[in-house]
Design a protein around this ligand. Structure first.
Ligand SMILES: [Fe+2]
Length: 134
């Protein structure tokens, strides 16, 4: 299991979004660790609820920033978020059905955690040159 860490290469130029990314990364790391350690269903369930709810709020905030600063990657970012939400729901369904499995741990690591790190670096950072002082 490989945890990821926020670093300056993930900076979006908007402090509130960077803080939200740090929180999402921290909770994804917590989720992956809890699953890897075989924690109970209730604990994983509450981590999933926490992460899913926060991700939805964060995506709304971030999409509003892309719109506000007229970032040309706005549509691409929205599509990527839809992809994450659909993947998250599929993994959530798999957990609800089968509980934690090694298959699920691998998917959470590759399709949520590594995906998020890549998405922040390759898409969210396009916001930075668009940000203008209020
Ligand atoms: Fe994004």
């Amino acid at each position: 299991m490989q945890a990821i860490r926020w670093d300056e290469s993930m900076s979006t130029g908007v402090d509130s979004l960077d803080s939200q990314h740090k929180q999402l990364i921290a909770w994804l790391n917590d989720l992956l660790e809890a699953m890897s350690l075989g924690r109970g269903r209730a604990e994983i369930d509450s981590l999933l609820n926490q992460l899913g709810g926060y991700a939805a709020l964060h995506f709304d905030n971030e999409e509003a920033c892309f719109e506000k600063y007229k970032c040309p990657y706005a549509a691409q970012n929205i599509e990527a978020h839809k992809h994450f939400v659909a993947t998250f729901q599929a993994l959530r369904d798999e957990f609800d059905r089968d509980g934690t499995s090694s298959h699920l741990v691998v998917r959470v690591e590759s399709e949520l955690m590594r995906w998020l790190g890549g998405h922040i670096k390759r898409t969210d950072t396009h916001l930075k040159p668009c940000v203008r002082p209020d």
